[in-house]
Design a protein around this ligand. Structure first.
Ligand SMILES: CC/C=C\C/C=C\C/C=C\C/C=C\C/C=C\C/C=C\CCCCC(=O)SCCNC(=O)CCNC(=O)[C@H](O)C(C)(C)COP(=O)(O)OP(=O)(O)OC[C@H]1O[C@@H](n2cnc3c(N)ncnc32)[C@H](O)[C@@H]1OP(=O)(O)O
Ligand SMILES: Cc1cc2nc3c(=O)[nH]c(=O)nc-3n(C[C@H](O)[C@H](O)[C@H](O)COP(=O)(O)OP(=O)(O)OC[C@H]3O[C@@H](n4cnc5c(N)ncnc54)[C@H](O)[C@@H]3O)c2cc1C
Length: 667
């Protein structure tokens, strides 16, 4: 029975019944007790700061208020980060996630893309000139690449930057309606500068797309400059806090020094100097793709916290007539929907940790002049970005559905998480397009394999003998699970390659053969990412040092991730009789066993993510489980309840009840 104060008794029982120490698992997730302490310190700084609590809740704000309040919060965050000397990206990330949870920043693009692009693509002189101005917010900028007509195919961008050697300037133009920049975050009303991606023309030749620094607003009045038309694109599915914008450029002249020239250059006389690799200009997209993996994992983890705590508190339906109503977490169908998502949130967290390390290592190599790992970094970041944002967005929505009616209310906190995470499937490269980039890399690797060339370690599974059958026994060993995923991926890669080969043999061109095989190529890329994430999860639980009880519980969760993925995608695993029907039955049985095994630890697993209530902002996911009082308080706080009788009653309902409809004819 739930009490109205203190911790809900069901939730308290859950915590008593877990088999491991939650603190130990938090230490493992966040890489040690010191880091957990630091994260808590940063969360506390934000959640205990009265500044962030003075605003009305996000769900009760109008679009204009969402923008304005979020802007104030992020400017304050910026100031505090400086005062507190928070320079590490991880520190800023933790402070911000607690200060303005899932409220997309009106100066976010400035921080996440504008400054990093100057840092990575600018010359020393450009960095010296712009970075201090950007750090002090005198320059506020965004990354303006996407146009109304083109987002994916960036070589097809239409904005032009034509070099005029007489004045040593570039002239920027949006020659058509489809060429106007459309979507860049913070562009509409906030920024005074943009990094504009445009087709470079010099000495009468098109040299492809390059980045240019363009001032769009006056630094004193903030009015658009001559030749600039700029504004907000209007309300969207979410991102109300963000002024995604449009921009038209008409004969805007900028000095030659405003082209980002660390790698490619235009000399004074108009001579073009090529970069060492044309794709080096895509580096800022790679950074954000890498960051999206952790961002998506965090969204799913928070949704699981909310949905699993609520499922432990919520009771519905007497199991036997007249008996006690069951906690909904005890229904096997609820477990089947939620526990694999819990496992997925851990898998994605570990993938995000890997991605962060790999990004830092590889970009350091690139900056040192060694570009060898660029294709791998591109393939892994594109694949993990797409895989994680797909899995996590869909997972957040399932968590919402698992909360029944209350999941549909903003009181649950789940819609806010969903609308924040789901555009990750589209921005920074639409997911299907990203998977096809992965497939392109896989086909290259397959070609190498055919030629007997060496493969990078993470691709060596492709040389597996596809006639081999699964080693799966009743024990359901982790290595047999990994082998299954790698077998499926290797076969799908081979099948996609065979499909292209067959089309070529039938007389199609390579491009036609590619286009005729993109579904199979996408299957192969998804299977590859699934294998990659599963192997990473397995290696993390097997090879890392951690408390033995935590390791045992985490091993069950990892097994659930792997077994569930096989059972849900069975067709791909049995197509070549890799598993026989007996092994399929073993896996199905194991899946049910794992649900039962994880059940006592479900709440402990979500507690270990260590998100304070102020971050979750959810009546259903509260640590104390007092969900009903919270829902009641939330309903009472609705602005709709400020008056007992609304003006609309007198204006519309009352007259209608009296048969009077004249007010409509006035319209
Ligand atoms: C790790 C984290 C570290 C630190 C964290 C610190 C800070 C971040 C903190 C917080 C962030 C937190 C969370 C982030 C969450 C939210 C982010 C907020 C807002 C989001 C803003 C969104 C902004 C945008 O959307 S910007 C616009 C993005 N646009 C796109 O992504 C366009 C997609 N299209 C493309 O990328 C390309 O057009 C294409 C890849 C599809 C095709 O390119 P192109 O036409 O040029 O290709 P081809 O000529 O056919 O050539 C293909 C060959 O090129 C190779 N290639 C392609 N890209 C790359 C690359 N990037 N690197 C290397 N190589 C590349 C490809 O492999 C082909 O090679 P091949 O040898 O010929 O096969
Ligand atoms: C919230 C949000 C914020 C954004 N912020 C920014 C920003 O700050 N700066 C910026 O420059 N841009 C930004 N964007 C734009 C974003 O990067 C693009 O929308 C994204 O890259 C997808 O491009 P698109 O809109 O042209 O989609 P399209 O390419 O038109 O996609 C439509 C459909 O066509 C399919 N498709 C397209 N090409 C192919 C292909 N080659 N093969 C197979 N299928 C294909 C896609 O899979 C998709 O299903 C933002 C977008 C959103 C939603």
């Amino acid at each position: 029975m739930a009490t109205t104060t203190g911790v809900n008794s069901d939730l308290a029982k859950e915590r008593n019944n877990s088999t491991f120490d939650v603190e130990e698992l938090s230490n493992f997730i966040y890489r040690g007790p010191e880091k957990v302490k630091r994260r808590r310190y940063l969360h506390n700084l934000a959640t205990k700061d009265p500044f962030f609590r003075k605003f009305k809740p996000w769900a009760f704000q109008t679009r204009e208020e969402q923008y304005e309040i979020c802007l104030q919060k992020h400017l304050y965050i910026n100031k505090k980060c400086k005062e507190l000397n928070l320079t590490e990206p991880v520190d800023k990330f933790f402070y911000t996630e607690a200060a303005a949870p899932h409220e997309n920043s009106p100066i976010g693009l400035h921080t996440v893309m504008f400054i990093p692009t100057i840092e990575k693509q600018g010359t020393e002189e450009q960095k010296k000139r712009w970075l201090p101005l950007a750090e002090s917010l005198k320059m506020i900028g965004t990354y303006a690449q996407t146009e109304m007509g083109h987002g994916t195919f960036i070589r097809g961008l239409e904005t032009t930057a034509t070099y005029d050697p007489r004045t040593r300037e570039f002239i920027l133009n949006s020659p058509t309606i489809t060429s106007m920049k459309y979507w860049p975050g913070n562009l509409g009303k906030t920024t005074n500068h943009c990094l504009v991606m445009a087709q470079l023309y010099t000495q009468g030749k098109n040299c492809g797309i390059h980045m240019f620094m363009v001032q769009i607003r006056d630094l004193e009045t903030h009015m658009p400059l001559a030749g600039i038309e700029v504004g907000d694109i209007g309300p969207k599915f979410g991102y109300g806090t963000n002024d995604n914008g449009f921009l038209r450029l008409s004969n805007v002249r900028i000095p030659r020094e405003n082209m980002l020239m660390r790698y490619s250059k235009v000399l004074e006389d108009g001579t073009y100097v090529k970069p060492p690799n044309a794709k080096i200009a895509y580096g800022s997209m790679v950074l954000v793709r890498a960051a999206i993996v952790t961002d998506a994992a965090r969204a799913l983890a928070q949704a699981c916290v909310i949905s699993i705590r609520y499922s432990a508190v919520r009771r519905q339906t007497e199991v036997s007539p007249g008996g006690e109503e069951a906690q909904i977490i005890d229904y096997q169908t609820q477990q089947y929907r939620l526990f694999p998502l819990l496992a997925t949130s851990y898998a994605m967290y570990f993938a995000g940790r890997f991605m962060y390390d790999f990004y830092l290592k590889t970009t350091a190599e690139i900056e040192g002049g060694n570009l060898d790992s660029m294709p791998q970094l591109h393939a892994i970041s594109a694949g993990l970005k797409a895989f994680s944002s797909w899995m996590c967005s869909a997972g957040v929505e399932t968590c919402r559905l698992c909360c029944g009616g209350h999941g549909y209310s903003h009181a649950s906190g789940l819609p806010k998480i969903y609308i924040d995470v789901v555009p990750g499937c589209t921005y920074e490269g639409e997911n299907n397009v990203m998977m096809l980039q992965v497939a392109r890399f896989l086909m290259k690797m397959y070609g190498k394999l055919q030629n007997g060339e060496a493969l990078p370690t993470f691709m060596q599974y492709m040389s597996t003998d596809l006639n081999k059958k699964s080693c799966m026994t009743e024990e359901v060993a982790l290595n047999c699970l990994v082998m299954a995923y790698e077998h499926r991926a290797a076969r799908m890669i081979r099948d996609a390659a065979a499909s292209m080969e067959k089309l070529v043999q039938s007389g199609k061109s390579p491009v036609e053969a590619w286009n005729g095989s993109t579904v199979m190529l996408t299957w192969a890329a998804i299977a590859h990412c699934h294998a990659f994430v599963t192997k990473l999860f397995v290696e993390t639980v097997v090879k890392s040092r951690m408390d033995s009880k935590v390791q045992s519980a985490l091993t069950s969760l990892c097994k659930l991730y792997a077994v569930h993925g096989i059972v849900e995608n069975l067709g791909g695993f049995i197509q070549d009789q890799f598993f026989d029907s007996k092994q399929v039955k073993i896996l199905q049985k194991k899946l049910m066993q794992l649900l039962a095994e994880i059940r006592p630890n479900a709440v402990a697993f979500v507690d270990a993510f260590d998100y304070p209530d102020e971050v979750l902002q959810s009546c259903l996911g509260r640590y104390d489980g007092q969900v009903y009082q919270a829902l009641y308080d939330y309903a009472k706080s609705s602005p709709m309840n400020e008056k007992e009788v609304l003006d609309s009653y007198y204006k519309y309902i009352k007259p209608a009840q009296n048969g009077k409809y004249q007010q409509y004819s006035k319209l």
